[in-house]
Design a protein around this ligand. Structure first.
Ligand SMILES: [Ca+2]
Ligand SMILES: [Ca+2]
Length: 414
């Protein structure tokens, strides 16, 4: 009897693992009537996602897979209320990743919906509406990712851009996350975007991303709780217009382009976070930003800022000031060993001395440049074993002394 029990237990414990399957899609030569094996791949991502079950992996060969929408029922984009959440999409993680050596492109990615069953916009207090358990890795995403209402999503080692010129894409974010929970953005490159990452969510990890050459704020925080913003490199953000140019009408699109910009969006409705609580910012690097390194607005919309920790961040040169504090921190907020850096050489031939000054930098539009193919060693890589950045070093000839005290400027705009 104990033997039977143990066999039964083994079957229960390991049965599902035994059936974890890897499927393949190939946008060029696949056929959606094929079974999705390596030799007979399906053509579309949508078809591939009908094949995968919990614990499975879908690998994409090189090619263009177009828009990807997933994690809600009904898909009439003209009627928002037709998009309904699915309570649990997968019970174990499912991975969509580049096949070894492949460089697949997706266009616009939409995961989940803000709707509930009967109408528009779940409340923030609902803590999401759907357990996706979806991981996307080593992909080139050419028109941004929107994650709404979803819990358990990992976006790792992707290159994420927006499609369009630098002005028209300004209001959009490379990745936006609203009213979800347990979402992780890990080791992505977010470039040629408007806003880099925009969020109003909870239990959110933003780790090891490089956010650069965008035309709006690096990370736009609209409220939430339990955020870890760690090890990101945020640099070279500029919209190419200053306030004077806006007033003269020459460049009316002007924004203050900051590394991190925090303010509240709060009309009193339940769907808003009504506060920013328990945020940790550590080991981030900020430099070459048009306006402020970090800009925190007064929370005049109500709500609260509380329990913030800033530690071991590095502020390089920016066009405005390193840390603009426009609000009171409340309850257990602290700074620890937070240096600003000596100025590196100013880029450009005519500016070998003096502080860095924001100038318009233009980056090419059109197709994304090729990115290095992913490693062939495994389908998933832990963030601990892989970093997209070399070991953190300062600019040549400079170093940070542990004893250095902070040098950022703190001002109050109240
Ligand atoms: Ca500007
Ligand atoms: Ca801003």
């Amino acid at each position: 009897m104990p033997r039977c029990k143990s066999i039964l237990l083994s079957a229960l414990l390991f049965g599902s693992q035994a059936f974890a399957t890897t499927f393949y899609a190939d946008a060029s030569i696949g056929k959606d009537t094929d079974p999705g094996t390596l030799a007979q791949p399906v053509k579309t991502l949508a078809k591939g996602m009908t094949l995968v079950k919990s614990d499975d992996t879908l690998l994409l060969q090189s090619g263009n897979y177009g828009d990807f929408s997933f994690g809600y029922a009904g898909a009439d984009p003209k009627a928002n209320w037709a998009w309904r959440p699915i309570a649990e999409v997968f019970s174990k993680w499912v991975t969509i990743a580049a096949a070894p050596g492949a460089n697949p492109h997706l266009a616009k990615v939409q995961l989940g919906t803000l709707n509930h069953d009967t109408g528009w916009a779940i409340s923030f207090e609902q803590k999401g509406n759907s357990d996706l358990r979806l991981r996307m890795e080593h992909l080139q995403i050419d028109d941004g990712i929107k994650i709404e209402g979803s819990r358990h999503v990992q976006i790792k080692h992707n290159t994420i851009r927006l499609t369009g010129d630098t002005i028209t894409i300004m209001p959009r974010a490379g990745v936006s996350v609203f009213n979800g929970q347990f979402v992780t953005l890990d080791s992505n490159e977010i470039t040629h975007s408007g806003i880099g990452i925009q969020g109003m969510t909870r239990d959110f990890v933003v780790r090891g991303n490089e956010i650069h050459h965008n035309s709006h704020d690096g990370i736009s925080i609209l409220g939430g709780e339990n955020w870890l913003v760690e090890g990101n490199r945020i640099h070279d953000l500029d919209d190419g217009a200053n306030d004077d140019e806006q007033k003269s009408g020459a460049k009316p699109w002007n924004m203050h382009v900051d590394g991190i910009h925090m303010y509240m969006v709060n009309s009193g409705a339940a769907k808003y976070a009504i506060g920013s609580r328990n945020f940790t910012f550590r080991n981030n690097v900020f430099y070459h930003l048009e306006a402020m390194g970090v800009m925190i607005n007064a929370n005049t919309a109500g709500g609260e800022y509380r329990d913030f920790t800033w530690e071991n961040n590095i502020w390089g040169p920016v066009g405005g000031i390193g840390f603009h504090l426009g609000a009171d921190f409340e309850e257990r907020s602290c700074f620890a060993t937070t240096p600003s850096s000596p100025l590196p050489p100013t880029p450009g031939p005519a500016s070998s001395a003096g502080p860095w000054k924001a100038v318009r930098r233009v980056w090419p539009s059109g197709p994304s440049p090729p990115r290095p193919p992913r490693s062939t060693s495994s389908t998933t890589t832990s963030s601990a074993s892989r970093s997209p950045f070399p070991p953190r070093t300062m600019w040549p000839g400079t170093s940070i002394s542990p004893a250095r005290t902070h040098r950022w400027t703190v001002s109050s705009s109240k």
